[in-house]
Design a protein around this ligand. Structure first.
Ligand code: ADP
Length: 320
């Protein structure tokens, strides 16, 4: 490879900037040229391509978001869009590409690999819902942000002896909810992977806890289940305990990345460039069982992961 392109795609995540910086600086260190592709695949198709130097990525390691911006792009899901994308890469001399995003972005990366652009994916999502890896860029920052916010809601919830439903992000994955369940000692966690919709059981636990003298009842609800406001109304009506819903929302996607996200994203960014230099393509950099590894994109997309049942049981046992 002579010229490496880098883009961020799908939902943004804190630490993406650290990954971009590592890609750019590693490539320059190896004597390669680097181009930044703005706004994911949408920007690629619009030829929003800029030259990157070492100073283009100065002063960004500590910033949330992504300096390259991110977007979703319908056109790129078509064969014509993908062909156009590969042709634009070739036109700009981009023979290696690093795609930072989630599973959707990796599907696109796989298509570009098949069209002759050496492509490597980096797992960037706050949801942790990429099966081949135990770590995704942004999860650590997001759970810390959510944890701090939930602590604050808990204080006021206790003072007013309320029940609080706090909705955290995670459309199909309950990892943020599980981790906050542990870290915040939440009385209940509702995970998309586990919740059976038995609201009466939830109500019974709230009443039971109140009888045992608990001053608050914190329910962490994952975005994938949603309906936190209507749930709060039904719980209040059924228990007589004042119940409020707080939806944390996009604050979980922003903010300065934690040390862990900066370090892991930096290492993964460098590993992506090393793979390209070795002539590798169609791979995803992952962190599995304490090591940095890489997988074939299709193999990775076919993997499945679920909330570890033992961890879920422990988190529930600790609040009983
Ligand atoms: P994420 O990467 O976070 O999972 P999305 O699912 O929104 O986010 O995917 C990001 C972008 O990747 C989409 O807007 C689209 O341009 C591209 N993409 C998603 N699925 C495919 C696919 N099957 N083939 C090609 N490109 C895809």
């Amino acid at each position: 490879v002579k010229t490496i392109g880098v883009l961020t795609s799908g939902g943004d995540a804190p630490g993406m900037n650290a990954a971009i910086r590592a890609v750019v600086r590693t490539a320059i260190h190896k004597g390669l040229e680097v181009k930044g592709i703005m706004r994911g695949y949408a920007g690629l198709l619009q030829e929003e391509i800029v030259d990157m130097t070492s100073t283009s990525v100065s002063d960004i390691i500590h910033r949330g978001g992504t300096i390259l911006y991110t977007a979703r792009c319908q056109e790129f899901t078509t064969a014509e869009g993908q062909k156009k994308g590969a042709d634009i890469c070739k036109k700009h001399g981009i023979d290696g590409l690093v795609v930072i995003g989630g599973d959707g972005s990796f599907r696109g990366a796989g298509k570009l690999s098949a069209l002759g652009i050496n492509t490597i994916g980096l797992p960037g999502t706050i949801d942790l819902d990429i099966a081949c890896t135990d770590y995704t860029i942004g999860f650590d920052t997001a759970v810390n942000t959510a944890m701090e916010a939930i602590d604050k809601v808990r204080d006021t919830s206790t003072s007013h002896e309320r029940c609080s439903i706090i909705e955290v992000m995670g459309r199909n994955a309950g990892y943020i909810a599980l981790w906050c369940g542990f870290a915040n000692g939440a009385e209940d966690i509702l995970l998309p992977e586990r919740y059976d919709g038995d609201e009466q059981a939830l109500i019974n636990r709230i009443i039971e806890n109140r009888k045992r003298g608990k001053k608050h009842h914190i329910i962490i609800n994952a975005e994938g289940i949603g309906h936190s406001s209507s749930m709060a109304k039904r719980i209040e009506a059924a228990t007589g305990i004042e119940t409020r819903a707080t939806i944390l929302g996009h604050m979980q996607r922003g903010g300065a990345p934690t040390c862990k996200d900066r370090v892991y994203a930096s290492i993964m960014g460098a590993k992506a460039v090393e793979l390209l230099c070795k002539g590798e393509s169609n791979r995803i950099v992952a962190y599995k069982h304490g090591e940095y590894v890489d997988f074939d994109i299709q193999e990775a997309l076919n993997m499945h992961k679920d909330i570890p049942e033992d961890q879920y049981q422990i988190s529930r046992m600790l609040v009983r």
